[in-house]
Design a protein around this ligand. Structure first.
Ligand SMILES: Cc1cc2nc3c(=O)[nH]c(=O)nc-3n(C[C@H](O)[C@H](O)[C@H](O)COP(=O)(O)OP(=O)(O)OC[C@H]3O[C@@H](n4cnc5c(N)ncnc54)[C@H](O)[C@@H]3O)c2cc1C
Length: 245
């Protein structure tokens, strides 16, 4: 998949009351369609409307390239979303010509290990997630606790294994959940779409949300987790195992 990422400033939106209302809301909007979706929300104290899309990457190359962004053509972007609603057309039409960038979105298989000697990977380098910034931040916080507790520089490798043990399962689960959510939001089969839309309707009666990022239980799992407390609680036990004591 690939994404267009767009930021519209207030002065570009003031002439369109419907778009201005979106900028002034504190709401995230999603427009979902077959194999494509758009998510948008105000940022920078409601001065900028941030838009991110997802669609099949037609420039997909089997070989990795040095760059993960491509300068894209505005008319191609408008084409991709031509069957979306008029509001979306007006929003995308405001993007200045020559200012369209297409990002590649990729899913990686879990790595066998994040640690080699005294070097460890963190964040997207070891668990690229859409979205996943909170996971990179938790990695940093966990590393801080673990390294802060070491008293002997000979234990750095074992300490990094403790960090990996604390983080790997959780982040891999969340990467898989993010991927599953993307699939659910971009279904092309009409029957599957109808079942998903029914699941959306059932959310208010306690059903789980096909959009995992706003599912109540998932939000508790993501934001209710105290990675620092967990690291402090398990450090001694995990370090002993890592050192083979
Ligand atoms: C389109 C898109 C939308 C997303 N939306 C969200 C979202 O809404 N919410 C969310 O939580 N997450 C989102 N994410 C995920 C989030 O951006 C990442 O999980 C997060 O940025 C990972 O942080 P990181 O520090 O590991 O890596 P990065 O943020 O990628 O930071 C790595 C840094 O290292 C630099 N770097 C690379 N190579 C070198 C080098 N050799 N020398 C020096 N510096 C180098 C890079 O330039 C970069 O600044 C999104 C990702 C994408 C692609």
């Amino acid at each position: 998949m690939a994404a267009y990422r767009v930021m519209l400033h207030r002065d570009q939106l003031v002439h369109d009351p419907e778009l201005l209302a979106l900028l002034e809301s504190n709401t995230t909007c999603r427009w979902i369609g077959a194999r494509r979706q758009i998510i948008a929300y105000p940022i920078s104290r409601n001065t900028i409307y941030n838009i991110s899309t997802a669609h099949p990457d037609v420039h997909f190359a089997a070989e990795p390239t040095a760059s993960w962004t491509t300068r894209a053509d505005k008319s191609a972007m408008l084409d991709v979303y031509s069957d979306f609603c008029p509001l979306v057309h007006r929003m995308l039409a405001l993007v200045p010509e020559g200012n369209v960038c297409e990002w590649k979105l990729r899913v990686h298989h879990p790595l066998k290990t994040w640690v080699e000697g005294n070097v460890a990977l963190v964040g997207d380098a070891c668990h690229p997630t859409l979205p996943g910034a909170a996971q990179a931040i938790e990695d940093g916080a966990t590393l801080g606790v673990v390294l802060g507790k070491l008293t002997n520089s000979n234990d750095i490798h074992a300490g990094l294994l403790v960090y990996e043990r604390l983080r790997k399962e959780r982040t891999e689960y969340l990467v898989a959940q993010a991927a599953a959510s993307a699939v659910a939001l971009q279904l092309a089969d009409p029957d599957a779409q109808a079942a998903r839309d029914e699941a959306f309707r059932q959310v208010k009666y306690g059903g789980s949300n096909p959009d995992r990022s706003v599912d109540r239980q998932m939000q508790d799992f993501v934001y209710g987790h105290d990675c620092i407390k967990e690291a402090e609680e398990h450090f001694d036990e995990y370090l002993a195992v890592a050192k083979g004591v």
